[in-house]
Ligand binder design. Structure first.
Ligand SMILES: Nc1ncnc2c1ncn2[C@@H]1O[C@H](COP(=O)(O)OP(=O)(O)OP(=O)(O)O)[C@@H](O)[C@H]1O
Ligand SMILES: [Mg+2]
Length: 306
């Protein structure tokens, strides 16, 4: 990550969050600087002695954690370095505290799962004693479904602050219902002009790198079906391809609370056993195997199954 250019209004924003702690939802279209801002705010607030947690609610381009999941990190898990007098930050080795499997790299068609996961992870952050919870969202802001998702995310975490990074007025529809509510403060920021938009290919490549890194040390493991519940809401077209229709499907390996321990890729699903490629060493805690809506090909690129 590069150095952050301090945008006008940033100091006031930090002061305001510091005065009124709680959840902070960062909104913006793609390539508007949401993630950079999320880390910047986290870093500033922890310098002031606040306990800060971040949720990455971006399924495709999450800055930490894995694609197709939501991630929550408590700030003492994150390495942040600061170059004196310039206000810049860089973040390395962000290690999530908890992740929640969605199974898709976009919230479209997965709005409920995304909302439920956000709620679960925000409760986890609260359980860790976070005073400020920063929520970095995806750039999905256009249309009715995006509106609903953003509205309900804000409601679910009871956002104390909504930070809108806008080029023009593209977020105003999303902001309107929260205007003049005493429980929320809306902050409007301009997009930093030096941002270079990332292409579809660059985004796809980013996910591929994350998946290939994650599965680097994966081996085939066998889970007896008597030990786990399979949650398979996706109607896979069995006529597609040869062999098992589930082959190379991405799955979430979840614990009793339905929080994700790790990911796997289905090799084979029989009547009694599930054969999985996974780097998760200890499968004893896995109680739920949640089927995703994407496959990973041999080159670790993701493809939608329906
Ligand atoms: N205030 C800023 N100062 C300097 N560089 C910035 C700033 N904001 C963003 N950038 C640059 O633009 C890049 C993209 O920003 P960022 O990843 O925060 O955008 P985003 O809105 O989260 O994108 P996405 O829609 O992919 O999630 C950053 O990696 C950084 O290089
Ligand atoms: Mg981002």
């Amino acid at each position: 990550m590069t150095d952050i250019q301090l945008l006008p209004g940033l100091r006031e924003l930090v002061d305001s969050i510091d005065r009124q702690k709680g959840a902070v939802v960062i909104l913006g279209a793609t390539d508007t600087g949401k993630t950079m801002l999320a880390f910047y705010l986290s870093w500033e607030l922890q310098l002031r002695g606040r306990k800060v947690a971040i949720i990455s609610a971006d399924l495709g381009q999450s800055a930490f954690g894995l694609p197709a999941t939501l991630g929550m990190a408590v700030l003492n898990n994150i390495t942040i370095s600061y170059q004196a007098n310039r206000g810049p930050i860089s973040i390395k080795n962000t290690k999530p505290h908890s992740i929640y499997f969605i199974g898709s790299t976009s919230p479209l068609g997965h709005l409920l799962q995304t909302a439920a996961g956000l709620k679960k992870l925000s409760e986890k952050a609260q359980g860790e004693g976070a005073e400020v919870l920063i929520i970095d969202t995806s750039g999905y802001v256009e249309g009715g479904a995006a509106w609903e998702l953003k509205f309900h995310k804000i409601e679910l975490v009871n956002a104390r602050h909504i930070v809108a990074i806008q080029k023009e007025k593209e977020l105003e529809d999303i902001l309107t219902p929260h205007e003049h509510r005493r429980c929320r403060t809306i902050h409007r920021l301009k997009v930093y002009e030096g941002i270079r938009p990332r292409s579809y290919e660059q985004r796809r490549e980013y996910r591929r790198e994350k998946f290939s890194e994650y599965f680097k040390r994966a081996i085939i493991k066998i889970i007896p079906l008597s030990k786990v519940r399979l949650i398979n809401p996706v109607n896979i077209n069995k006529k597609n391809g040869s062999g098992s229709p589930y082959k190379r499907l991405l799955v979430g390996l979840n614990d009793d609370e339905n929080i994700t321990i790790g990911l796997g890729i289905i090799e084979d699903l029989g009547f009694k056993e599930l054969h999985l490629l996974t780097p998760v060493e200890e499968l004893k805690k896995v109680k739920i195997v949640r089927f995703g809506a994407i496959r990973l090909d041999e080159g670790w690129y993701d493809e939608k199954i329906s």
